[in-house]
Every structure is written in C-alpha cells, then in structure tokens.
Design a protein around this ligand. Sequence first.
Ligand SMILES: [Zn+2]
Length: 387
Amino acid sequence: MRDRGSFESMNFHGAESDDPLISLFTELVRIPSSSGHEREVMDFLTTRLRGLGLAVEESDPIEDHPEAAGNLYCRLPATKSGTPVMLSAHVDTVASEEGALPHPVVEEGVIRSGSRAVLGADDKAAVAAIVRVVEEIVHGSIDHGGIELLLTVGEESGLRGAKASSLEGFSARCGFCFDSTGPVGGLVVRSPSQKTIRATFIGRSAHAGVAPEQGRSAIKAAARAVAEMPLGRIDAETTANIGIIKGGEAVNVVAGRCQIAGEARSHDDARLEEQVTAMLDAISFAATVTEVDVEVSTIDEFHGFDIGGGNPAYDLAWRALEDAGIKPHAASTGGGSDVNVFILKGMSCVNLASGMENVHTSDEYILVESLRQLRRVILAIVARAAS
Ligand SMILES: [Zn+2]
C-alpha cells in the first residue's frame, strides 16, 4: 500500500490546478479519444502546437470516417549542435464502458478518472508532458539539438498508427516513448513478440431435435480445439490465450459456424513459432475429428526486442534519468507498444515508464509527482542530447 500521507495535499476537480502540466493533462483526458476516434484530441493538440509557431503535419490515417485522425508530426529545428531526438506517445485510449468519460479528480496528489471511465494516463500523461516541455522550450528559448514529435493514433488497436508511420523524413535516430506502467525510472529492456490466431469452424446446421445426425457442430469443433491447446503460462518466456469464442444461433440448432481468436507471446521467437504451431495443429486436429471445415489466419502483431547497455537511446535515457535525480532501473514487459514497431523501422528507441498504474481499468491512476518527474525526464533527455 502506498503511504498517501507523504504526498502533497492537493484536491481539485477538472483543470483548476495552477500547474500548467496538470491542467493540460486533465484537459486532455476529458477529450474522448478511443482508438480510431482521435479527431478531437488531434485537433486540440494541432491548435496548441501551431499556437507556438510550429509546423504540424498529420498523415497516415488508419480509418476513414469523420472521427478518425492520422499521426501527428511536428519538428523543432535544432538551435545548437547535438543529437536530434524523437519524442513519441500515443493519443488514443482504450474505450470505456458505455462511452463513459473521465471527470478527473486530484486528491492527495493522486489523479483518478472520477467516473467509471478509464483515466487515459495511458498515454496522455506522456502526451501532456511532451507538449508542456515543447511549450517551455519554445517560450524559454531553451537550446536543443533538434526535436521531432510523433504522436500516434491506434496504438491500443494493434499499434496501427506506428505501423502506418513513416520515420524516413526524421533526422532523429534516437527515439523515446513513455508508455510503460510503473514508477518513473523504469526503462523497458525486453518485450515479447506476439502473434494473433483466428479460426472459423464451418460445420453444417441442422435441427437439433429433428435431424441432429445431419449436422456438424462448429461449436463442438471449436471446443475440442481449445481443449487440445497448450494455453496459459507455457514457460518463463511464453504465454498463450484464447480470448474470444463466438458461435451458434439458437439452442435447437446444431451450430454451423463458430469462431475463436487468441494470441501467443514469447521473448524467444523459436518458442513463439512452436507455440503457434501447437495451436494451429490443435485447430486442424479438432476440425478433422469433428468433420468440419476451418479457415485460419495468423497475424504478426509485433516483434519483440532485447536491448541494454550500448543502445544509444537506452544509454541516453539512463543518463537523463540520473540527471533528473531519478534512479533508473531496467524493466521487462509482457506487452507491446509503438516502440516494438519503431525499432523494427530502424530507430534506436526506448520505452520509459510514465508512472501510470492499473491501466485499461476504471481504477487507473497517476501521481501528480509522476507527471512532474516525467516532465523533468523529458527536459533532461533534450538537454543531454544537446550537450
Ligand atoms: Zn499505452
């Protein structure tokens, strides 16, 4: 349990804080921006950055409807020699139940959603800190070696914005994302690869009471397949899950169709292949013994990484954390983020913890102090890259 008594006493609702970072954060989280519906928040950010006299570009839309947006690119040309850096965060959030929206509440130094909605500190804590740092740099004429912003859409729906992004025009070869849970200071050094598996069993519908022998149950096939699969914690490096099963029309009909979908992750690509093969084998075995057809697809969701000392972004982030007076520590994750994609696209990129906790739930929260640390870390990254 955290000792709340040690946090500063600070209670308010909405954007009434006199700290511009906290105000910006609470303002951002009140703008709805579930994946694929980022238009309003992108317009807000574009206006804010253009208000600083910066050139802002939006491209790579991943959906085509009025509420959708593309990734936001913004460049601050270098004012002194140094290493240009990419700062990146995703603006989309997971959808909340029944479209509930946060009414952020700050109590005893902790920011919560104040409703059934997820707060959206994932990843708007990073968006707010990055934008605030850019404002401070522009207003304070702080020298830097070149800053390139990439604010992505569709991270939560499969890293789609990052996958659609183009890093070719960037001068930065070092990138920093702030999209990991846990106290500020964490640097993600390992992430697994992930594949998604979908299967549709196609049997034959029949009346369950009149002529069941004419039917071929797709539900029975799906159940058999799932029962045959190794799932859960496979080994220290590997996990697997079937998370969706859908099928059937009525209790008196032998189900003609049933779909299953699941995933496998591993820090070891060979183990991932073995696991996916075992799941596909279970699917075809089940289809054969239940005499149904099956259509299968597998998708490479993201590729894992394993970085550490000697990696330029990692080393710079480690030293910047120390500069900011925060103890760095290496962390591993079971999840993927835009960083997985940026590394694959050739960027030396590291994912830093932002202080967000209980993400993707209505209990999500972040400490005011974590947001302030995040700002200091980003300023320290910029300063170190320019030195
Ligand atoms: Zn995130």
